[in-house]
Write a protein that binds this ligand. Structure first.
Ligand SMILES: [Zn+2]
Ligand SMILES: [Zn+2]
Length: 390
């Protein structure tokens, strides 16, 4: 393994940073303490920063030499609304908030890389280190872009990384093309006519209509999505009624849709609404339709994926790098950045899991063992993409 010795030497200190961030998790756009921690560290390394981009986001810039080439490296800083069930010393001190996705580790790995790059400067060009807020469902990446991320800090390419429980330490994986899915959410209200449960013929039962919709929507995935494409419709909430003998007046269905291709994404939303309209009109009831396209798919560009593959292979060896990982139907707001800039999203093994500590689990913890790996990958990528002149 080609770890950077300077980074390995600092491992215990970096692990302390990570556990400090873990102990004080903050929700989307509330990452004030975390951003302050990041800003202080970057200041100690002598790196120029700009704060308040996308509310709590930070961009740190390190320039060296004369090349006008530039790349961006991105980490996320936010935690989840989840009660931590771990008992270790660095467990969350903030009730109901937890770093259950490892963004504490992502922030630390990028800080460790920043420290190395500022000190060694073995590259020619500009590196923008992006510490973004609000990845978990709140589109902090887009908030930073709306605040002029790519105009104020021009970059040729942007790279992201996520830890991956279940993948062994020392392994990395990515692919060309879509690696994470688009994420949409919906809320459909079905308005029937409430009445006595013993006299259903005098009511319009929205529960029966909702049940039909849940089933009919699954037919979109099985009958309308190309079998070699992917699509997911998950109804996750079905709210109806309060009494034994009352047919409720209305029900609410909520859930999420995942897809990889724009055409599939559009088709699923259209077919869902057509079926809703048809079933509701056939049953003489009304509906209210709310459907929101959230994150786009995360799509890796071929050239930047190959650059990331070269840097990973140099670090961990070809046998430990998977260049064609199966895409995940999870989603990532890094997809917004990759819509505007070519780049690559890398998965880094967080170690085997017993099935009870995957991402977003109350027992999850980022594996400090991989900090030198992730940080060395960032440094290697910079030195490779912005090669120093002799
Ligand atoms: Zn997450
Ligand atoms: Zn995450």
């Amino acid at each position: 393994m080609n770890l950077k010795p300077d980074i390995v030497d600092q491992h215990e200190i970096h692990a302390e940073w990570r556990r400090e961030i873990h102990a004080y998790p903050e929700l989307a756009y509330e990452e004030h303490r975390t951003a302050k921690f990041v800003a202080e560290k970057l200041g100690q390394f002598g790196i120029a920063i700009e704060t308040g981009i996308g509310r709590t986001g930070i961009v740190a810039t390190i320039r060296n030499g004369s090349s006008d080439r530039s790349i961006g490296l991105r980490a996320d800083m936010d935690a989840l609304p989840l009660q931590e069930l771990n008992e270790f010393d660095h467990r969350s001190t903030n009730d109901g908030v937890m770093h259950a996705c490892g963004h504490d580790g992502h922030t630390t790995m990028l800080l460790a890389a920043a420290e190395y790059l500022a000190k060694n400067r073995n590259f020619d060009g500009t590196v923008h280190l992006i510490f973004q807020p609000a990845e978990e469902g709140e589109a902090g990446a887009k908030a930073m872009m709306d605040d002029g991320l790519f105009e104020r800090f021009p970059m040729d390419a942007v790279y992201g990384m996520h830890n991956w429980p279940g993948q062994a330490v020392g392994k990395m994986a990515t692919r060309i093309g879509p690696i994470m899915a688009a994420m949409d959410i919906f809320e459909i209200k079905i308005i029937g006519r409430g009445g006595h449960a013993a006299l259903p013929h005098l009511a319009i039962d929205p529960i029966l209509i909702g049940a039909q919709l849940v089933q009919q929507w699954q037919g979109i995935v099985s009958r309308n999505v190309n079998p070699i494409e992917a699509g997911v419709i998950s109804v996750t909430q079905f709210h109806a009624g309060d009494a034994w003998a009352v047919i409720p007046n209305e029900i609410v269905l909520r859930g999420t849709v995942r897809s990889f291709k724009p055409a599939t994404r559009k088709m699923i939303a259209e077919r869902m609404q057509q079926l809703t309209a048809g079933i509701c009109s056939g049953n003489k009831c009304e509906y209210l339709w709310w459907y929101d396209q959230r994150f786009p798919p995360t799509v890796n560009a071929a050239t930047e994926m190959k650059a990331a593959a070269t840097a990973s292979t140099a670090l961990i060896g070809a046998a430990n790098f998977n260049s064609d990982v199966e895409p995940s139907t999870g989603s990532e707001d890094f997809g917004y950045m990759l819509e505007e800039k070519p780049g690559c999203y890398m998965l880094i093994g967080n170690g085997s899991s017993d099935g009870d500590c995957l991402l977003h689990n109350p027992h999850y913890d980022f594996n400090d063992e991989i900090i030198p790996l992730g940080a060395s990958y960032w440094v290697g990528l910079v030195e490779q993409e912005l090669p120093a002149r002799d």
